[in-house]
Design a protein around this ligand. Structure first.
Ligand code: HMG
Length: 412
């Protein structure tokens, strides 16, 4: 049985800022944000575009696009680390707002940026196990990344939601089930204590934790992929080259450069039997351009979308290259601080170009409005229960108010 991502849809905040303007406002050389971090633009949600509103808007679009029979949905999972309540999940709001069937499982999955992958794997395994009995799953990644004005993390904020329909015989990506490498460790690299809207982060240490986890996950995936015959048991050249493309979790686009160089370095070390094998920077740059760069376009437009980041990478890649990648295997690396990670793979399906095109991501991104740094600071200063008085666009949802600790949403 093949199982995986059949279709997808997105929702992003209506406003964004240019990172070059943010750099100037902070007295930083714009090259640090643009070249050093690889960022370009950053989505700026107002309190009306909270995690629920973004998730519900993405699911509404997914249902509209696919016309899936709602009674066939047996599982709704929202991967998020920026939920709106300690107890009531985002998924429960989405189920109510969209009028989804009552006869299904509805819950959130949380482990920093890994929550969406936890949801996707759960959904795939639910279908593959036979328990789904022909039903389908909706998995949504929805998050708002906030570090706060003037912090080192400020240029790596962002927001967005991506909803995926997970089915048998998927039309976008068939996941190589059972071939995935995981790595976890109890570390304080990034966290958000209860009651805080902004994350706390040990930035440089978090990059080390990410790369350590990537090394372990990748080696584990590689061993399993060789055993299953997905890649040559005695690879000539680097095993990672047998993947047509590799997509990484992207807290900021430059992280993908570091990640791919790390994979290449550890493969050379493994082949040489010792650490610190020499890496030719020209070869590294060439491999990066060929295997990774294509997945960064959408991420560079919205910033870190936490759980959604990896899947915005998939969308960005397939929007431009799905035709050329049909029937080819790609690798994906999911990282959640704290930490847990997973390297997995899948085969791009022949209808991927059409299915991804249906999401209309380029048009959605093009309809956004650029705001000034002053306006951005005003939006960030708004209380969580003080959304801007704006009507939702057709098919969209917004938080209108919070009364008696209950959140009131309006649909466009
Ligand atoms: P920083 O210390 O301000 O920046 O914060 P820096 O000094 O390290 O500079 C960044 C890069 O810009 C460096 O490049 C500089 O050389 C370069 P590198 O050496 O690393 O290749 N640079 C310049 N380039 C050109 N022209 C210039 C110039 N100046 C400097 N003039 C940091 C950077 C990422 C630490 C900060 O933004 C931060 O704390 N971000 C948040 C944490 C983060 O994103 N961590 C990533 C890994 S953890 C993760 O991915 C999980 C996460 O998504 C959360 C979750 O799981 O839920 C975050």
């Amino acid at each position: 049985m093949t199982v995986g991502i059949d279709s997808l849809a997105i929702a992003v905040p209506q406003r964004y800022i240019e990172l070059s303007e943010l750099a100037r406002a902070r007295g930083v050389d714009p090259a640090k944000f643009i070249t050093g971090l690889g960022t370009r633009r950053m989505a700026v949600p107002d309190p009306g575009e909270d995690t629920v509103a973004l998730a519900a808007t993405a699911v509404h679009r997914l249902l509209d696009q696919t016309g899936v029979d709602r009674s066939r949905i047996g599982l709704l999972i929202v991967g998020t680390e920026t939920g709106v309540d300690h107890s009531k999940p985002v998924a429960s709001h989405v189920q109510g707002l969209l009028g989804l069937p009552r006869s299904m499982r509805v819950f959130d999955t949380t482990h920093a940026c890994y929550g969406g992958t936890a949801g996707l794997m759960t959904a795939c395994e639910w279908i593959a196990s036979g328990v789904a009995k022909g039903r389908v799953a909706v998995v949504v990644c929805s998050d708002i990344a906030r570090y706060g004005v003037g912090t080192a993390g400020e240029p790596t904020q962002g927001a967005g939601a991506i909803a995926m329909l997970v089915t048998e015989a998927p039309r976008i990506l068939a996941i190589d089930l059972g071939v995935s490498g995981s790595s976890s460790a109890d570390v304080y690299d990034f966290w958000r204590p209860h009651g805080r809207r902004e994350a706390v982060v040990d930035g440089h240490y978090s990059i080390e934790c990410y790369l350590d986890a990537l090394g372990e996950s990748y080696r584990s995936w590689r061993a399993q992929a060789r055993e299953r015959g997905l890649i040559s048991p005695v690879a000539t050249g680097l095993s990672s080259e047998s993947l047509a493309r590799v997509i990484y979790h992207v807290p900021f686009p430059k992280m993908a450069n570091k990640a791919h160089a790390h994979v290449m370095r550890l493969e050379l070390d493994d082949a040489a039997g010792h650490a610190d094998a020499a890496l030719d920077p020209v070869v590294v740059a060439g491999r990066f351009e060929q295997q990774v760069a294509g997945s960064l376009r959408v991420c560079a437009e919205i910033g870190n979308a936490y759980t959604g980041s990896l899947y915005f990478g998939l969308l960005g890649l397939l929007e431009s290259e799905a035709g050329a990648l049909a029937n080819q295997r790609i690798g994906m690396f999911s990282y959640g601080s704290g930490c847990v990670s997973e390297f997995f793979s899948g085969v791009v399906q022949r209808y991927a170009a059409r299915m991804v095109g249906d999401a209309g991501a380029s048009a959605i991104l093009a309809q956004r409005t650029a705001i000034t740094i002053e306006e951005y600071e005003q939006v960030l200063a708004l209380a969580a229960d003080a959304p801007l008085p704006i009507a939702p666009s057709p098919g969209g949802y917004r938080l209108e108010a919070i009364r008696d600790h209950r959140r009131i949403y309006v649909a466009g």
